[in-house]
Write a protein that binds this ligand. Structure first.
Ligand SMILES: Nc1ncnc2c1ncn2[C@@H]1O[C@H](COP(=O)(O)OP(=O)(O)OP(=O)(O)O)[C@@H](O)[C@H]1O
Length: 299
C-alpha cells in the first residue's frame, strides 16, 4: 500500500471578518462595515515525507494563516487538511503528536534562561527531565549555541539566539512534520545560515518533513526541494526551484532567470522592500550578537 503524503492541503479557504456584527448596545445584528479579508483562497498542495517545502510570499499573502490552519490553531471555512493521512479536524489530537510549529512570535519567559524555558516546555510535553535536558543541549549545540549561553536570561540573547531556542523547543517532541513560520526572518547572516544548515541536516539525518514559510527568495531557492508561491491567498506557481526558473526563464526570454525574476513575473512585485528591512535588522543583530560566539556545528 502506498504511504500517505506527509501533508495534503485540499482546496482550503479561510477569510477573516464576519459578514454581520452585533450593535454594541442593542446587540442587534447588522452588516459588518469592514469587508472580510480572504487570507487563504482555495489553496491545494501536497508535501511528500522527507521533503523541505517552502511557501514563498510577501507580507500579508496568507503564509502564517495557512501554517495556523495546518497546525490546528485555526479552522478553515472550507476544504480539508491531512497530516500523514489523518484529518486535522477529526483527528486533532493524533495530528498534534506528529507536528510542531515554530513561529517568529514565539512566547517565552524572558527573565528565565533558555534551559529553564525549554525544561518548562518539556514538562508540558510530558518528557523525562534527564532526556529533555540532554536533548536541549544537543539541539542547541547543533544550531550553533554554546552551552554556557543556556543559563543566561533569554532577554540577554539576540533574536538569532532566541530563534534557535524556539526551534529547539519545537523539536523536543521529535515532530515528523515541522512547521517553520519565517524561521530566519530578521536574523543576522550567520544565524540565518546556522538555521538553514540545521534544517537540511534535520531532514537528511532524521527524515523530518519540513514545511516553511519565507519571503527570502534566496532561502527558498537554496533550501527547498519545492516551492509554492503565494500571492493574495492564492498559489500562483508550484514546482522545484529549477523548474520555476526554467519555466519563467523561457517565458521572459532569460536563460539564467533568478528566483527574483520568477517572483516578479508571477506576482508583479518585488520583495526588495522587505529584504531591505532585513538588512537593517541584520545590522542591529550584529551589534547585539556576542562576536566571540562561534558555531559549534556538529557537536
Ligand atoms: N486574526 C486575523 N484577523 C483578521 N485578519 C487577519 C488575521 N490574521 C491574518 N489576517 C489577514 O489575513 C491576511 C493574510 O495574513 P497572514 O498573516 O497569513 O500573511 P503572511 O503572508 O503570513 O504575512 P506576514 O509575513 O506579514 O505575517 C492579511 O491581510 C492579514 O491582515
Amino acid at each position: 500500500m502506498q504511504q500517505a503524503p506527509a501533508l495534503v492541503v485540499a482546496n482550503i479557504y479561510k477569510q477573516f471578518g464576519a459578514s454581520e456584527v452585533k450593535h454594541w448596545l442593542t446587540r442587534r445584528p447588522r452588516p459588518n462595515p469592514k469587508p472580510p479579508v480572504v487570507a487563504v483562497d482555495h489553496v491545494s498542495l501536497d508535501v511528500a515525507e522527507g521533503e523541505i517545502f517552502g511557501l514563498l510570499g510577501a507580507n500579508g499573502s496568507g503564509k502564517s494563516t495557512l501554517i495556523r490552519l495546518i497546525s490546528t490553531l485555526l479552522i478553515p471555512d472550507s476544504g480539508k487538511i491531512q497530516v500523514f493521512g489523518l484529518d486535522v479536524r477529526n483527528d486533532e489530537k493524533a495530528v498534534k503528536r506528529l507536528i510542531n510549529r515554530v513561529s517568529v512570535e514565539a512566547s517565552f519567559f524572558k527573565k528565565l534562561s533558555a534551559l529553564e524555558n525549554l525544561m518548562y516546555a518539556a514538562r508540558l510535553y510530558d518528557l523525562k527531565p534527564a532526556y529533555a535536558r540532554a536533548e536541549c543541549v544537543r539541539i542547541l549545540a547543533a544550531l550553533g549555541l554554546k552551552e554556557k549561553r543556556l543559563y543566561e536570561p533569554l532577554e540577554n540573547m539576540s533574536r538569532g539566539m532566541q530563534q534557535k531556542v524556539a526551534i529547539a523547543r519545537g523539536l523536543l517532541t521529535k515532530p515528523r512534520l515541522l512547521l517553520l513560520d519565517e524561521p530566519t526572518t530578521g536574523l543576522d547572516p550567520r544565524s540565518r545560515s546556522d538555521v538553514q544548515r540545521f534544517v537540511r541536516r534535520l531532514r537528511d539525518e532524521s527524515g523530518t518533513t519540513v514545511f516553511l514559510t519565507t519571503h527570502d527568495m534566496d532561502e527558498a531557492d537554496r533550501l527547498c526541494d519545492r516551492i509554492a508561491i503565494i500571492d493574495a491567498g492564492k498559489i500562483v506557481a508550484l514546482d522545484t526551484p529549477q523548474g520555476l526558473k526554467d519555466r519563467i526563464g523561457q517565458q521572459i526570454g532569460k536563460p539564467n532567470a533568478t528566483m527574483e525574476d520568477v517572483f516578479m513575473t508571477l506576482t508583479g512585485r518585488s520583495l526588495a522592500d522587505e529584504d531591505f528591512m532585513d538588512e537593517d535588522t541584520d545590522y542591529m543583530e550584529h551589534h547585539h550578537e556576542d562576536q566571540a560566539e562561534h558555531s559549534i556545528e556538529g557537536a
